[in-house]
Design a protein around this ligand. Structure first.
Ligand SMILES: O=P(O)(O)OC[C@H]1O[C@@H](O)[C@H](O)[C@@H](O)[C@@H]1O
Length: 281
């Protein structure tokens, strides 16, 4: 069987199915979205909502959505939450199987697909997804305009932690975060969960570990000044589309971001690459 196959989901979205001695993964062209990733012989690393219908035009609720060129709500109400890149069709521009058994995919969001009412700048947006025993997603923004522009962004990873009541996140002790409008500091050695959690940590170390019953996930970020920790808990799970009421029990988002005040300004001719890498320890 070929290691990389291009398939079409029954609802119409095209995706790549990667099956190598190292891992099995799916990457949707919509949003350049890594939708599943399982190292061979190990538990799945990424979570996908059981009620996700995968219809074109909806961001997939799971895997690693790419939030770009802004993260979260925009100050202008008609701008979609988390930007537009996650709902558009990207192009596969390169695929490689490397000597070490890993696969490297390169996808690009064509400028012509970018809605000019939200994004008047000329730029190149490229995602590289490397799939081996670990996975890495890199998002490179290159300014091809005459003017500088600023972005916020996130690689919004949904991790399959199999029991939120028995999950701890390490690597955030002493870090400042903003949650529901309040500035706080994490005092404990680890974060545990017993309520809705929606935090933007700023100036955090570049590695966190998520300890859950399936094992310990190591999550690394680069060129990421902030990270987001999100679990909707009971009431928000009930409000969310394409999210089962009990979906909050086995997912946790730990997102590589440049969010809020951490906007990145990119000068003409310059590039910026945000990346995250994750795998079982
Ligand atoms: O429903 P969306 O647009 O995919 O967003 C999901 C969540 O994404 C998180 O990153 C935000 O911190 C949450 O506030 C938000 O609810």
């Amino acid at each position: 069987m070929e290691a990389i196959r291009r398939l079409t989901h029954p609802q119409g979205l095209e995706y790549l199915l990667i099956d190598t001695p190292l891992c099995r993964a799916e990457v949707y062209l919509q949003g350049a979205q890594l939708a599943s990733f399982t190292p061979k012989g190990a538990a799945p690393i990424l979570w996908m909502s059981d009620s996700e219908h995968k219809k074109p035009g909806f961001g997939l609720r799971g895997g690693v959505p790419i939030c770009w060129p802004w993260f979260g709500m925009h100050e202008q109400a008609d701008h979609p939450q988390h930007g537009f890149a996650r709902k558009l069709i990207w192009q596969l521009v390169d695929q490689q199987q490397r000597a070490d058994g890993s696969v490297l995919l390169t996808l690009e969001l064509p400028q012509s697909a970018m809605p000019s009412q939200f994004w008047p700048y000329q730029c190149k947006l490229e995602a590289q997804i490397e799939l081996g025993r670990t996975a890495e997603v890199q998002l490179t923004t290159t300014n091809l305009d005459q003017l500088a522009f600023s972005i916020t962004q996130a690689l919004h990873s949904y991790f399959a932690i199999n029991d939120i009541h028995n999950t701890r996140v390490h690597g955030l002790q002493g870090c400042h975060y903003l949650e529901f409008g309040e500035q706080k500091v994490d005092q404990q050695a680890f974060v545990e969960f017993d309520a809705e959690t929606d935090r933007v940590y700023q100036g955090v170390p570049l590695q966190q570990k998520i300890e859950c019953p399936n094992g310990t996930l190591v999550v690394e970020r680069s060129n990421s000044r902030s990270c987001v920790l999100w679990n909707p808990w009971i009431a928000k799970a009930q409000r969310l589309d394409r999210f089962n009421d009990d979906g909050y029990l086995d997912m946790l988002c730990l997102e590589a971001s440049n969010a809020l005040d951490d906007a990145i300004t990119i000068e003409p001719g310059q590039s910026h690459t945000l990346a995250t890498r994750f795998g079982w320890e």
